[in-house]
Unconditional design. Structure first.
Length: 402
């Protein structure tokens, strides 16, 4: 009887003992998101420890340090954005979903140990696509828009991006496999896949965004192609020379451009959203610039247009962005529940339209709008980004010296 009681007690304590959660193993993983047409959207991440990892897109390294566990499951919260991966840890890797709750989007996700983004299968001659490409997305439709492809190629590996009039598709990485082009990126906000049949002068393919969107595109090699001037797309309507607004900050206080704090100063107004990767790139640059120049007669104020369903959620995301990036200038909540650009323009009726997140408005010390820059060309655009930062700093310095 004594041995039976001891045995039962042992079973009891084992069954009541807290289950030790499984943890991510260190190493490099190849992840897949299932998108339309049975396509797989791959990206690479590297687990550095059970609480840190890096998402890798070409030259971009996205540091992830919000990883939590529950028994055999892991939740990987992407930095700044609301999107997260929830998956079960198994012998082969991970199986689960990439989730964006505000948009009710769930994308199937798997990951295995591998450092190969796109395997190259063919032994046929690989097409060479390095250079500039005149591109049209959704051709011959009301949703048609133009872009410029900018690519580098080393053997079969391709890196680059598509620039549009409103920004860029960030760091794309992939391969040319014979006459097939495949490019992808994943940053926690957007998951992009581009597939195309290519020659040395043409591309015909499709662009996939997550598992909710697909559109065709065509491109022609054109080394001299240029997009329209970003400073001529958004402007003040006839009869206006000033901007005006009044939106709440995170404490609920209404902040207006007419407030004393903005008088007799150069003011940069950033139209943005915490969900927007181009806005994140821009915010990182503006934040660093403001810290270097905040003792000058300069103010930056951001107007956030959020698709978060409630004001509370929207402000939570604004606080998260400010904390993660270290933004010291105010971010006001201009709109929540939708990032719709028509509704955004209603909030700023002196503009001809809100064409892009982000958009930057430059205001001189007299309160006059001197320039409006549509979109943002981030680090993935290389020389274009460098030229933007030079032009930005020279123009702000000019306004400060007036």
């Amino acid at each position: 009887m004594k041995y039976l009681i001891s045995f039962l007690l042992l079973i009891f304590f084992i069954s009541c003992a807290k289950e030790i959660p499984k943890k991510l193993e260190k190493g490099t993983y190849r992840a897949f998101l299932n998108v339309q047409d049975n396509q797989k959207l791959p990206f690479i991440f590297k687990v550095l420890s059970d609480t840190t990892m890096q998402i890798i897109n070409a030259n971009e390294l996205i540091e992830v340090d919000e990883i939590s566990y529950n028994k055999d499951s892991v939740i990987i919260q992407t930095p700044v954005y609301e999107g997260y991966i929830k998956a079960k840890i198994n012998a082969n890797g991970l199986t689960g979903s990439f989730i964006k709750e505000s948009l009710d989007r769930i994308v199937p996700f798997t990951a295995i140990k591998s450092n190969v983004r796109f395997p190259v299968k063919t032994s046929e001659m690989t097409q060479y696509i390095a250079g500039n490409w005149e591109t049209v997305f959704s051709p011959n439709s009301k949703d048609c828009y133009i872009a410029k492809g900018i690519f580098k190629q080393n053997a079969t590996k391709v890196t680059g991006t598509f620039r549009t009039t409103t920004g860029d598709y960030r760091y794309l990485e992939g391969v040319v496999d014979g006459d097939s082009l495949k490019l992808s990126t994943f940053d926690g906000a957007h998951a992009f896949l581009f597939t195309a049949k290519v020659t040395d002068t043409t591309m015909i393919g499709f662009f996939y965004s997550g598992n909710h969107f697909k559109e065709p595109f065509v491109a022609t090699k054109n080394e001299t192609y240029q997009l329209p001037n970003e400073e001529e797309l958004t402007y003040l309507k006839k009869g206006y020379n000033k901007l005006g607004f009044s939106f709440p900050n995170k404490k609920g206080k209404l902040i207006s451009l007419s407030d004393q704090n903005f008088q007799k100063k150069v003011v940069i107004v950033q139209i943005m959203g915490t969900w927007c990767p181009n806005c994140l790139d821009e915010s990182k640059y503006y934040s660093a610039f403001f810290k270097k120049n905040k003792n000058k007669e300069l103010e930056i104020v951001a107007l956030a247009f959020e698709y978060a369903k409630t004001k509370e959620l929207a402000f939570n995301r604004i606080r998260r962005l400010q904390k993660r990036i270290g933004i010291e200038y105010p971010i006001l909540l201009a709109q929540f529940g939708s990032e719709n650009k028509v509704k955004a323009q209603e909030k700023l009726p002196m503009l001809n339209h809100v064409l892009s997140y982000p958009t930057t408005i430059f205001i001189d010390k007299k309160g006059i709008v001197r320039k409006i820059h549509t979109g943002f060309n981030g680090p993935a655009t290389g020389e274009k980004y460098i030229n933007f930062t030079k032009d930005f700093e020279l123009f702000v310095e000019k306004l400060l010296n007036e």
